[in-house]
Write a protein that binds this ligand. Sequence first.
Ligand SMILES: [Zn+2]
Ligand SMILES: [Zn+2]
Length: 168
Amino acid sequence: MKKSAKPGAERVKQGSGPEGICRELGLKLTPQRLAILEYLDGNTAHPGAEEIYEAVSGRFPGLSLATVYNTLASLRDKGRLLELAIDPAKRRYDPDTKPHHHLICVACRRIVDIEHTFDLEIPDALRMGFEIKGNEIGFYGRCPDCKKTDARKQKRDLRQGGAYVRRP
Ligand SMILES: [Zn+2]
Ligand SMILES: [Zn+2]
């Protein structure tokens, strides 16, 4: 199959920037809100509301968690932010609103984007008459860092166990 996407076309900037988004959503343009939008712009870490609050409140000590939640809700309602429910511990936010999937580390809760289209179809009998518009898949596992930590921990446990030390 021929690739149709032009190089560099996958991350097209929306052009409006944080200030434009505020105007577009009819939000009062406050420095705090602007800082929240700037923090989210291009952010691929899928942060939770508390992380956003912590990151931004360093610069704006007067910022309240309620402002963060309100701003996130407005962005989500206008389709400028995805609210993800794939982490049972908390809602996570994704400024990339294009359809995409996620890798989720069950140990450190890291979430990584997968830019890939899966050719999935549901048999008619399971579709319950739904017209399918898209899908979002979460792949759960352990990230490379956690795999390394696991391996180190295993080695240490073995060493502490004495009898299991492998001689060089
Ligand atoms: Zn991990
Ligand atoms: Zn994502």
